[in-house]
Design a binder for this molecule. Structure first.
Ligand code: NAD
Length: 270
């Protein structure tokens, strides 16, 4: 049983890009905390269904909904599908994201547009639709102190510039100001908007950074806490931000990075 303020019973959560990695772990954690979960997947329907099955096996309720969040009609459909299945939405985790890496001089417009389209525009479209649904439904103080909660999946690269990944860093920098602006715009309607800024988390997106001992050793030099992050580290923060335990937190980027943003190179005097 979750602690009372962490209990999400009676709430509906939509998690985008939830067929793998951070999204899958977050969907399961929100389900375990009592939320009904809409598991969004892009093309991996079987992966999405696996997450749904895991939530149901643990005693929760979940459905899978396919949608490319970069497409406006599909983002609208996603929130509509949640409403149809469970009546409304209380929590959005805008998590879907990807990388298309290249040196800036070789980066194609397609690589640029794809990353901005999913990581920034896709998050905006899902946020916009979720906020419309929060406002339509209005407050439910017996369910949660906030009328709605949004958690944007950002990155340490909203703060740390990243050569060879200018599209990705720009998308996450954009997420930061989008999140802060939405938080400012809707705070008086009791909608909380925050970001999680993960460091290096063991998922498919950054496999080459941890799959060999040599790569892992190089990566660990950037992490003062001395270990790579696991998807549960992020999922735990998402449950906190979705719950009334964080009721006074809005407009914040919460770094979950084992100290990656603490300039580890300066630990021994630089
Ligand atoms: P992942 O590749 O396992 O997850 C990304 C998910 O997004 C996948 O399920 C993918 O299918 C989905 N997706 C991609 N394009 C989509 C689209 N158009 N519509 C819907 N879904 C789409 O990797 P992850 O590490 O779990 O990434 C999740 C989020 O965390 C991303 O936003 C990523 O930028 C962010 N992040 C990850 C790390 C890390 O170290 N793993 C660090 C910082 C930020």
């Amino acid at each position: 049983m979750p602690a009372p303020l962490l209990d999400l019973t009676g709430q509906v959560a939509v998690v985008t890009g939830a067929s793998s990695g951070i999204g899958a772990a977050t969907a399961k954690a929100l389900g375990a905390a009592g939320a009904k979960v809409v598991v969004n997947y892009h093309s991996d329907e079987a992966g999405g269904q696996k997450v749904v099955d895991a939530i149901r096996e643990a005693g929760g309720e979940a459905i899978a909904v396919g949608a490319n969040v970069a497409h406006e009609d599909r983002a609208i459909h996603l929130i509509e599908a949640a409403r149809e299945a469970f009546g409304t939405v209380h929590i959005l985790v805008a998590n879907a994201g990807l990388q298309r890496d290249a040196p800036a001089t070789e980066m194609t417009l397609d690589q640029w547009n794809t990353v901005i389209g999913v990581n920034l525009t896709g998050q905006f479209l899902c946020c916009r639709e979720a906020i419309k649904e929060f406002l339509r439904r209005g407050p439910q103080p017996d369910v949660s102190r906030s009328t709605g909660k949004i958690i944007c999946m950002s990155s340490v690269h909203e703060k740390i510039m990243w050569g060879g990944h200018v599209n990705y860093a720009a998308s996450k920098g954009g997420v930061m100001l989008m999140m802060q602006t939405l938080a400012q715009e809707f705070a008086d309607r009791k909608i909380r908007v925050n970001s999680i800024a993960p460091g290096a988390i063991r998922t498919p997106i950054n496999k080459e950074a941890w799959e060999t001992p040599e790569a892992l050793e190089k990566l660990l030099k950037l992490i003062p806490y001395g270990r790579i992050g696991e998807t549960e580290d992020i999922a735990n923060m998402a449950v906190f931000l979705a719950s009334d335990l964080s009721d006074y937190v809005t407009g914040a980027s919460l770094f979950v990075d084992g100290g990656m943003t603490l300039y580890p190179g300066f630990q021994d005097n630089g």
